[in-house]
Design a protein around this ligand. Structure first.
Ligand code: AMP
Length: 449
């Protein structure tokens, strides 16, 4: 019999089934509840745990699933059966040895722009041309689909004229099915328990809505298009690996078979920090609040630094404010582990460090540069950095050592922190641990007034 190592204190798990409890010591829960392990009991089949409202009790180990960060060795894909441009012969090799229902989709070589569905059926591979007509996909010109995911979903349920229904995807080498990975690690939420209410913001690729998930107000990023959803899968998987009070917390994701993706996060009632600063201004926000926001962000960044993540898009527009005025870093779309590379074309020039723009040298120290710009945004109540300098002149001037003046009324000690962040040599630039110490010192000595 397999002996499972007990989960350590602090492990998060998700309930797989409902548990009513039999004694007063038990902690009842429902399927989908998130529980945190407090300790293993003498009987390893039971843990002492607490739920999100703080109630404690014993829970049966086999009723819950450990929640882990989604860390796939390969590329997470919503369409792992899509092999891109391969030939008919290559497809046939991939579907060997024969197994009825094994399938893949490739780009058509004979009809560029169309696709081909290849299915193994009783020892033979059938190739069905998928035509692309008026924005829709079809095999038989009877059933039409918005995208490949919808098409594949349809034929996995019913052969509907094909030689067999689709049974088993032939995965592209190096890819991992995103659905399986999120489910295995305990991050898939139940669509039925989420109600999506009204729009609260427009993201680059879809609406941000306010919703209700099991009685809690949540924010839901709704990504409708399959190709875009694919890009957001990476962002969601980064979020599964992070947990800090100053990072916007992922609650889970919903992947619909037809290609939509919902990313559900904690609801941040006061919206983005840049809008918050602009709308309140200096009459409402005093030195204490500004320093508090700065420290909140710095703590989140120290956490990322310690865990080897680089944010790459730190700016006041990507920080959100909670009901109780806590600033939390959000938008992990460009966040990656320290080793990966980055295409510089998408980067916000005014926030990105010179070495990152010039040589794609990203490090925690390039995040430190952006943090300096973010501090400037905070102390100027949401102004756009480098006012009055045309965008194309910003980089050449910065490279020569130009730094922005202190915003009006900015305490000198805080301006000194900004200037430290804008030291051209990243090696000399301080790390977030040091910046946090400096800013805590500013707070303790009341140098922020
Ligand atoms: P984004 O696509 O993440 O840049 O979000 C666009 C806008 O939606 C933000 O500027 C916020 O106003 C709003 N928003 C995003 N996430 C949340 C959230 N978790 N809570 C509240 N509002 C949010």
């Amino acid at each position: 019999m397999e002996v499972q190592t007990p989960w350590p204190q602090g492990t998060e798990c998700v309930a797989k089934y409902n548990f009513k409890g039999t004694t007063g010591q038990d902690l009842p829960f429902n399927k989908g509840d998130v529980l945190t392990i407090i300790m293993v009991t003498k009987d390893h089949n039971w843990y002492k745990a607490k739920n999100t409202t703080g109630q404690e009790g014993t829970i049966p180990a086999n009723y819950v699933q450990k929640r882990e960060g989604v860390k796939s060795g390969g590329k997470l894909s919503l369409m792992p059966w899509f092999h891109g441009k391969i030939t008919r012969d290559q497809a046939e090799l991939l579907l060997h040895p024969p197994e009825t229902g094994l399938y893949l989709v490739r780009e058509s070589t004979n009809y560029p722009g169309d696709y081909t569905l290849c299915v193994s059926c009783e020892g033979k591979v059938e190739h069905y041309r998928i035509i692309y007509l008026n924005g829709k996909l079809s095999i038989d010109e009877e059933a039409y689909f918005e995208n490949l995911m919808q098409l594949v979903e349809h034929y996995t349920k019913d052969a509907d004229g094909l030689c067999t229904k689709l049974i088993k995807p032939k995965l592209e080498e190096g890819t991992v099915a995103a659905q399986d990975e999120f489910s295995r690690s305990g991050w898939l939420l139940n669509r039925k328990e989420l109600s999506v209410l009204q729009s609260i913001g427009k993201g680059e690729f879809g609406d941000v809505m306010v919703g209700d998930y099991r009685g809690t107000k949540v924010a839901v990023k709704c990504i409708k298009h399959d190709a875009t959803a694919q890009a957001f899968i990476a962002e969601a998987s980064v979020m599964t690996q992070l947990r800090h009070n100053n990072l916007v917390q992922l609650l889970g994701v919903i992947l619909e078979e037809k290609g939509s993706l919902f990313i559900v996060t904690e609801y941040m009632a006061k919206g983005s920090l840049v809008d918050y600063l602009r709308s309140r201004g200096r009459t409402v926000l005093g030195g204490v609040s500004l320093l508090k926001f700065s420290l909140d962000v710095c703590e989140a960044m120290e956490y990322l630094e310690n865990n080897n993540f680089i944010h790459r898009d730190l700016a006041a527009r990507n920080v959100l404010v909670s009901e109780d005025n806590i600033a939390k870093v959000s938008d992990f779309g460009l966040t990656k582990e320290a080793s990966s590379s980055q295409d510089t074309a998408k980067l916000p020039v005014k926030w990105t460090s010179p070495e990152a723009l010039r040589e794609k040298k990203f490090s925690t120290k390039s995040d430190v540069w952006s943090f300096g710009i973010l501090l400037w945004e905070i102390y100027s109540f949401g102004r756009v950095p480098y006012p009055r300098i045309p965008l194309k002149e910003v980089v050449p001037r910065v490279e020569k050592g130009y730094v922005m003046d202190a915003p009006d009324g900015c305490p000198e000690a805080v301006y000194n922190v900004m200037k430290q962040c804008w030291i051209l040599d990243p090696v000399v630039r301080p790390c977030f641990r040091l910046l946090k110490e400096t800013m805590e010192n500013i707070r303790a000595k009341e140098l922020y007034l």
